[in-house]
Design a protein. Structure first.
Length: 131
């Protein structure tokens, strides 16, 4: 019985947003998916990966979060924007999220890829100097 309780307590601790937040992991995941979108060869693939990047950026309560799409950051925190504390970095991530939304709103492959690439550069650029 005590092993079961210990396992449940540990599982609850892992599920805690404060315990689970790993901002660097969220940034890496969002950046990778934005890069995948920028390299995609079909509009469906661009949109597919942009949804993932946006979900990582905004988190489940953020603007544009799509519950029907994968959230590769689900076990890393609440989303980059909610987890970030630096206002300057938040602004960068909000800009990247806006680019992702623009890419999702168009069916023009070249435009969507350009938006994805811009989002990826902004996201990945925040990793410089981050511990």
């Amino acid at each position: 019985m005590s092993k079961r309780f210990a396992a449940l307590a540990f599982t609850a601790l892992l599920a805690s947003p404060a315990f689970a937040a790993d901002l660097r992991s969220e940034i890496v995941n969002a950046g990778e998916h934005a890069e995948y979108a920028g390299e995609a060869t079909t509009i469906d693939d661009v949109h597919f990966h942009l949804h993932h990047a946006l979900n990582c950026l905004v988190g489940p309560k953020g603007e544009g979060f799509d519950r029907t799409q994968m959230n590769p950051c689900v076990n890393s925190g609440n989303g980059i924007i909610p987890d970030e504390t630096d206002p300057k970095r938040i602004a960068v991530f909000q800009g990247a999220a806006a680019k992702a939304r623009e890419g999702l709103a168009t069916n023009d492959l070249a435009v969507a890829k350009a938006d994805a690439t811009a989002a990826a550069k902004a996201i990945v650029g925040t990793l410089k100097g981050m511990k």
